[in-house]
Design a protein around this ligand. Structure first.
Ligand SMILES: Cc1ncc(COP(=O)(O)O)c(C=O)c1O
Length: 473
């Protein structure tokens, strides 16, 4: 009878998979035995496997090259990384070393850019896409850095007020872009995205103001569909509307040479994940080439801004099951040694499902469970997989604990949950380990940060260290 956890996975999915292997009932991720990490560093633990970042950038560049050859596409490809998905220096450094550009979203993001230029990780004239709503602080940083010689800064206009402030205050030549406000999918609560300018405002803005500006040059149209790059009628419809505008604008604006198709390339969130990346690249380039050929305009350079795809698959978050609570005959709660709300906030806020697997005991029988987090919030739980409305794990045993891995958690979780700081029920921030490959074919680990100490949390809350007690005289 097939009752082992291994049988469940082996019968349900292709197994083993590229990044997961099994040895002696224990899981390895990119060849790294996860239980060795648990033994060395303990749980809860955040890990970042740095080589995956460069591998994904190279994969996307490869898909573009193949697609361009097949569709006779003549534009270049520029891979940008949107820092908001993971701001850590070890990530931006890795991204830049693989030939990607940076996209920013706020004023402080530009301080990161400035730091990267000073540290020599980034060229002074590298293109930097400045997206997002421009507060006065964000706009001033753009102008200041441009004055200091960062000639590749490319602000993307989100609204007309930004144009007024930028055009009135810029003193040096600068490329700019305009974000097109897309129509949202019918299931959304609103029709048009709040981000960007409506289609019918863009052409008049160019003709009436941008065209004759002494320093600012329209270089890029930007569009980003919130729901991501998917093979759906909605996506193709939005892309085609953007292409209509691109070709119409290109006919009157010779400097408009770039089309930015945003982020939204999906990441593997289940063992059953099935997404044909090469096909999507080809289908997009085919559409762009066809529309440009028909209108007699040159093919644009394509920019993408992949956040999740760049960094998501490099991350994993490891927990131990501390205890099993049985609340009735059917519901078994495996309590993890941290919180879902604070460490994987997307699982709670937007019901995002990550790829979850046990790290040990694969040859043991399994049972259906719910996973509970340690905060006293009833929403702090995890109870389904991407492909299944349930969770199965090796049976709980008090004296042989199960360890769990949530994989591909590298994008947004730290930024939304907050690194450092004060968390719900004072859950401490996780110990974080960076892993790199070695030249000998092994791997090496270094600690990025320890588990957050209580003193740090208390000090943030205003509990200054008590003064040393003195004896009354
Ligand atoms: C303008 C822009 N570009 C890129 C991204 C990255 O999206 P993803 O992480 O899905 O690739 C976002 C995400 O919100 C965005 O707002």
């Amino acid at each position: 009878m097939k009752i082992k956890y291994f049988d469940l996975i082996d019968q349900s999915f292709d197994w083993p998979q590229e990044e997961f292997q099994l040895s002696d009932g224990k899981l390895a991720f990119h060849g790294i035995p996860m239980m060795d990490l648990v033994e060395e560093f303990g749980t809860p633990l955040r890990i970042t496997y740095l080589p995956k970042i460069g591998q994904n950038i190279a994969r996307a560049m490869g898909w573009f090259r193949e697609a361009a050859a097949k569709t006779q596409f003549e534009g270049d490809y520029h891979y940008c990384y949107v820092t908001k998905s993971n701001h850590f220096h070890h990530v931006t450094k890795e991204v830049l070393s693989h030939g990607a550009l940076i996209e920013t979203s706020s004023a402080y993001d530009l301080d990161i850019v400035s730091h990267l230029v000073k540290s020599g990780d980034m060229q002074q004239d590298a293109r930097v896409i400045c997206n997002g709503f421009k507060t006065d602080a964000y706009m001033s940083r753009i102008l200041e850095l441009r004055d200091q010689g960062l000639s590749g800064l490319t602000p993307i206009l989100d609204n007309l007020d930004e144009w007024k402030r930028l055009s009135a205050n810029s003193t040096k030549p600068m490329d700019i872009g305009i974000r097109i406000a897309t129509e949202e999918e019918p299931k959304f609560a609103f029709y048009t995205s709040r981000l960007g300018l409506g289609y019918n405002r863009i052409m008049p803005l160019y003709k009436e103001s941008i065209k004759d500006h002494p320093h600012l040059t329209l270089r890029m149209l930007h569009f980003f569909v919130n729901t991501g790059i998917r093979d759906t009628a909605y996506y193709w419809n939005e892309l085609n509307k953007a292409l209509d505008l691109y070709v119409a604008m290109r006919q009157i604006c010779p400097t408009l040479t770039a089309l930015n198709i945003g982020g939204g390339l999906p990441t593997k969130n289940s063992l059953a994940f099935d997404y044909d990346y090469a096909y999507m690249f080809e289908a997009i380039l085919e559409q762009v080439a066809m529309r440009c050929n028909a209108a007699g305009v040159p093919h644009p350079d394509i920019f993408t801004e992949f956040g999740s795809f760049t960094v998501g698959e490099s991350g994993a978050t490891l927990f131990k099951v501390l205890h099993q609570k049985r609340q009735n005959d059917r519901e078994r709660w495996n309590m993890i040694d941290s919180s879902f709300m604070t460490t994987l906030p997307d699982s709670w806020a937007v019901n995002h499902r990550f790829l979850m697997l046990p790290l040990n005991r694969w040859m043991d029988p399994y049972e259906r469970v719910f996973l509970g987090g340690l905060t006293c919030d009833s929403d702090d739980y995890y109870n389904s997989e991407q492909h299944l409305n349930a969770i199965y794990l090796p049976t709980f045993k008090e004296n042989d604990p199960i360890y769990l891995g949530f994989f591909h958690t590298g994008a947004y979780q730290d930024n939304i949950g907050g690194h450092g700081g004060v968390h719900h029920c004072l859950m401490p921030g996780l110990r974080h380990i960076l892993i790199d490959d070695t030249e000998e074919g092994g791997f090496e680990c270094r600690e990025f940060c320890p588990a957050q100490p209580s003193e740090q949390v208390l000090s943030l809350l205003g509990y200054a260290a008590p003064a040393a007690q003195t004896e009354p005289s």
